[in-house]
Design a protein around this ligand. Structure first.
Ligand SMILES: NC(=O)C1=CN([C@@H]2O[C@H](COP(=O)(O)OP(=O)(O)OC[C@H]3O[C@@H](n4cnc5c(N)ncnc54)[C@H](O)[C@@H]3O)[C@@H](O)[C@H]2O)[C@@H](O)CC1
Ligand SMILES: Nc1ncnc2c1ncn2[C@@H]1O[C@H](COP(=O)(O)OP(=O)(O)O)[C@@H](O)[C@H]1O
Ligand SMILES: [K+]
Length: 500
């Protein structure tokens, strides 16, 4: 699914109105019904509800929801911003409510807000592209002080600017949940913006799909149907060779577990053969814990000193648990600069590269780098905000023809053609030791199975998160450990095979 900016969404609304031969009111009514249908599941039937409405169409949505909730027997208190210029559909919605139900407010007013209410925030949506006046802080503070049981935002937390960096001092309503229409808004996907809403939920309001080609973007949100489109078909004549031979290079004394995890993930993702290359201390551990894998060992007991020939392998991952012994570091650099085939580069291999000047020139084209935020910062230096981070990485990806995976919630895959794919699967239970090692194994396996680096990264990140999501249905997120993720890759595949 494409992620487009606020201006494009407004154009999309207009094109939908034209192509579907409906009015803007009809579209708002669709939004209102979808919102109500969802919001009623969030609200206990007796809960006091306060709906804050602005003067534009976001306020119009809020007023419409108030009307529908009242029809269902809920009691609502409606506050609407006093204004001279309401949007047409906002006014029409006001007229459908009796005037004594509407409380008009000014920014400098003390409001009478009952405590422990559910607040619906429909003041601003995608209609703002600059920060709100500081005066808004008084309203947002009063909302917060009233101890609401939950705050639900419509389309965006009011004051949130979706397409530009937010500054902590910009006034903004902070909510527990945001129902956002049709497509995710870019800023909602950034880790630095998690303070504005705990989660967002997409609501499909039937914007015209036939016109979505009109909108150019470099940003995508990856869901099941996107992934299904590029899954390879399997022939019944397939054999071990079809699914590739994956090599996992890494480990050091005390960190062999990371290689067990990576190799297990590669096997569970479907590699035909998996070989590991570790220092000697890894041999017994691997041969005992993962009998399906084959082991090669370095001459050295505790850390890798000589890196292997990799030509016969179709997928190669390097760096997990490798440590940063000076000999390992020096020989890794000598080795990598002579490689021609794409590698999945993780953990200590990234840390080692980060110590080199112009490190990206040493990496074979089409390689995949999988840094977590700290590793990324070592590689590219500081960034001011997440927009700048993405721009920095995009430039490097295009210039050096690499794929970067920035890990976290909504992991971002930045490909060598400058596009960014945000992942929609995964959960906090996956913030556990070795979860990244598992991801590297999945991606190396997919490259071994013939996916190109971008496809393997997008699919791998999705599969990893999905396996984690299936895992937490059976295992509490606190108790989830990395090897559990691999155990649920099978469930993830079943789900992708299905059409529901
Ligand atoms: N037909 C449509 O176009 C649909 C629109 N929808 C809703 O409409 C919203 C967009 O509506 P609007 O375009 O009216 O925008 P908003 O309702 O988000 O805000 C617009 C109002 O805010 C004022 N404003 C803008 N920047 C400001 C600032 N920095 N400080 C103070 N005031 C500012 C504008 O003057 C205008 O009155 C969406 O977020 C969504 O909730 C939905 O009903 C779906 C259909
Ligand atoms: N809160 C979260 N939500 C979703 N995924 C997460 C979350 N926290 C971590 N992850 C995922 O878990 C993995 C952690 O990787 P990493 O930090 O490299 O772990 P390790 O070094 O222990 O293997 C990444 O794929 C990341 O996207
Ligand atoms: K809002």
């Amino acid at each position: 699914m494409k992620i487009i900016n606020s201006k494009q969404i407004k154009e999309w609304d207009q094109l939908t109105i034209k192509h579907q031969n409906i009015s803007s009111w009809d579209l708002m009514e669709r939004a209102v019904l979808k919102l109500t249908e969802n919001i009623v599941n969030d609200i206990p039937s007796k809960a006091p509800i306060i709906i804050f409405c602005g003067k534009g169409n976001n306020g119009g949505d809020g007023l419409g929801v108030a009307r529908e909730l009242e029809k269902l027997g809920y009691k609502t208190l409606i506050y609407i911003l006093k204004s001279e210029n309401y949007s047409e559909d906002n006014l029409k919605n006001q007229q459908l409510l009796s005037s004594n139900e509407l409380h008009f407010f000014n920014l400098n007013e003390e409001l009478q807000l009952p405590e422990n209410s559910v607040i619906i925030d429909a003041i601003f949506g995608i209609g703002i592209n600059q920060p709100l006046d500081d005066d808004w802080n008084s309203i947002f503070n009063q909302i917060e002080k009233s101890n609401p049981t939950q705050i639900i935002s419509i389309d965006l937390p009011s004051g949130f600017i979706a397409d530009l960096p937010m500054q902590k001092y910009f006034p903004c309503c902070k909510s527990n949940k945001t129902y956002t229409f049709q497509v995710p808004k870019l800023g909602l996907l950034f880790p630095e913006n998690q303070i504005y809403t705990d989660e967002f939920i997409l609501l499909d309001i039937g914007l015209e799909q036939n016109v979505s080609n009109e909108f150019e973007t470099d940003y995508y949100f990856i869901q099941k149907n996107d992934i299904q489109k590029f899954l390879k078909k399997i022939s019944k004549f397939s054999h071990k060779g079809t699914f590739g031979h994956t090599l996992i290079i890494g480990g050091s004394l005390g960190k062999i577990g990371s290689i067990v995890l990576t190799a297990k993930a590669a096997l569970k993702t479907g590699s035909g053969l998996v070989t590991t290359y570790t220092p000697q201390c890894g041999l017994n551990i691997l041969q005992t814990n993962l009998i399906e894998s084959m082991s090669l060992v370095d001459d050295s007991e505790k850390q890798i000193e000589y890196f292997p020939e990799i030509k016969i392998y179709q997928g190669v991952a390097v760096g997990m648990g490798m440590g940063q012994h000076p000999t390992t570091d020096a020989n890794f650099i000598n080795w990598i600069k002579n490689q021609k085939q794409p590698l999945v580069i993780d953990a200590d291999a990234l840390n080692c590269l980060a110590k080199q000047k112009d490190c990206f020139t040493l990496i074979p084209q089409d390689s995949v780098l999988t840094p977590h935020p700290k590793e990324l910062q070592r590689l590219i230096g500081e960034w001011e905000n997440d927009f700048e981070k993405l721009e920095k990485v995009k430039k490097l990806a295009v210039f050096h023809q690499l794929t970067f995976i920035i890990k976290g919630f909504y992991t971002a895959v930045i490909t060598s053609d400058g596009k960014t794919y945000f992942n929609s699967t995964g959960n906090w239970g996956m913030a556990t030791a070795g979860s990244g090692d598992t991801l590297s194994g999945i991606i190396a396996s997919l490259i071994g199975q013939g996916y190109n680096s971008s496809e393997a990264s997008i699919l791998g990140v999705y599969l990893h998160g999905l396996a984690g999501d299936f895992a937490v249905k059976k295992i509490h997120p606190h108790s989830l450990i990395a090897s559990n993720i691999s155990d649920f890759i099978s469930e993830a595949y079943f789900y992708l095979d299905s059409n529901f």
